[in-house]
Design a protein around this ligand. Structure first.
Ligand SMILES: Cc1ncc(COP(=O)(O)O)c(C=O)c1O
Length: 401
């Protein structure tokens, strides 16, 4: 059967040929060590008990559809969360729940874009952003994040790419794949560009509580109350509940002029009836209660240790460099082209898979335009990470393309 023309230019390479090869190897009986997914549960990073209890307690009243925007108690909790982060005007009616941030990314773009409209997306990015812009008939225009400056977005490059067709600016902070946490100055600069050029800001802040050492996360919407911002977050990472498929968005800085867009978003929410209802009951407890993530990210905590020690291990491989991530769950390492002459990074990942049964992700899958980066997820316990990085070192010591 013929595939829709619309999908022909949608790329989602991190789940493409590499994953197919991994599945073939598994089908042939091999055990693959997979450090390619930001999915906490398989590594014993479980959803906190009070969150589980809330979902179980409420299953009986979660049988029917809910309000298309989500249940009221969850929307209040999300509104209060952003108020506490300085987005003081957000009200429950400005909040919408979704089946993960993923669904909300697609909905916010579907409601916005006409054919040929442009969206500024970081390079590298979480590739769903680029894929979703393309799926919605838009054009993703990538702006540079500068590795030599800790992967901070390059404001001049962003501005140089703005055209009359530009509709929105995507900010992923903390960033996947780089782990960068943006300074207040950089965020103010990005928000000012949006203000001056009339752009909607789409702020993907799903890792806003996964922050290490002295890094500080600034909620973009709090820095520009006058700019239309859609802030997004969810339960998948901080609350280790990726399988619940539960996320939210909060709109701030919107005026009467934006009402048509908001109506469009509501139409899309209505068309999918509502998000998964049992998981919505987790939101209030998650946001309001004890924040168990703090134990994991403080020095000595499991995520902090895994991030620091795996970074030390990977950067001790000859010709491998990596900006120490200040947030999120990933090492985005550079293979020095003077040492490792890689032309095709997807092939490198497939060869690593074949030779070492280790699954990582290639940098160009994150819309980076050079073939010299790989991403490793540091969710696994340290002994697993040590094993994986050992295999990577062995592989790279002889690998040639
Ligand atoms: C930056 C970013 N945004 C959104 C998502 C999707 O999250 P969800 O599970 O809420 O759909 C991810 C998942 O890895 C992510 O890294």
């Amino acid at each position: 059967m013929k595939q829709a023309q619309r999908l022909k230019s949608v790329r989602y390479d991190i789940r493409g040929p590499v994953l197919r090869r991994a599945q073939e190897l598994e089908a042939a009986g091999h055990r693959i060590l997979k450090l390619n997914l930001g999915n906490p549960a398989p590594w014993g990073l479980n959803t906190p008990d009070p969150i589980m209890a809330d979902v179980v307690q409420n299953l009986g009243v979660a049988q029917g559809y809910s309000d298309a925007r989500g249940i009221y108690s969850a929307r209040v909790a999300v509104a209060q969360y952003y108020q506490s982060r300085g987005v003081t005007e957000v009200q429950p009616d400005d909040v919408m729940l979704g089946n993960g941030v993923s669904e909300l990314i697609v909905m916010t773009l579907q409601a916005l874009l006409d054919t040929g409209d442009e969206v500024l997306v970081p390079s590298p990015d979480y590739p769903l952003w680029t894929a979703a812009v393309t799926l919605c008939s838009g054009r993703a225009v990538h702006y540079r994040c500068d590795e030599s400056a800790g992967w901070l977005p390059d404001l001049e490059h962003i501005e140089a790419q703005i055209t009359p067709n530009t509709r929105a600016l995507v900010i992923i902070n903390p960033n996947n794949p780089t782990g960068a946490v943006y300074s207040k100055d950089v965020l103010l600069g990005m928000l000012d560009l949006a203000r001056r050029h009339g752009l909607l800001v789409l702020a993907d802040e799903i890792y806003d509580k996964i922050i290490f050492d002295d890094a500080v996360h600034h909620t973009a919407a709090a820095l520009a109350p006058d700019v239309p911002v859609i802030s997004m977050g969810g339960l998948s990472k901080t609350y280790r509940a990726a399988g619940f498929r539960s996320g939210w968005l909060a709109m701030s800085g919107f005026t009467a002029r934006d009402a048509e867009y908001v109506d469009g978003l509501q139409l899309l929410a209505n068309m999918r009836l509502c998000p998964n209802v049992p998981a919505q009951h987790a939101v209030q407890t998650a946001l309001g209660g004890y924040q168990s993530i703090e134990r994991l990210i403080e020095p000595g905590g499991r995520l902090h240790e895994q991030r620091t020690r795996s970074w030390k291990a990977i950067t001790s491989i000859p010709g491998v460099e990596c900006v120490l991530p200040d947030g999120a769950l990933y090492l985005f390492a550079r293979l020095d082209p003077a040492v490792h002459k890689i032309r095709d990074d997807e092939q490198l990942i497939i060869d690593l898979l074949d030779q070492q049964h280790l699954l990582l992700s290639h940098g160009s899958g994150f819309n980076l335009d050079t073939p010299d980066h790989i991403r490793l997820v540091f969710l696994a316990p340290m002994e697993v990470l040590d094993d994986a990085i050992g295999r990577l070192g062995t592989f790279l010591s002889t690998y040639r393309q």
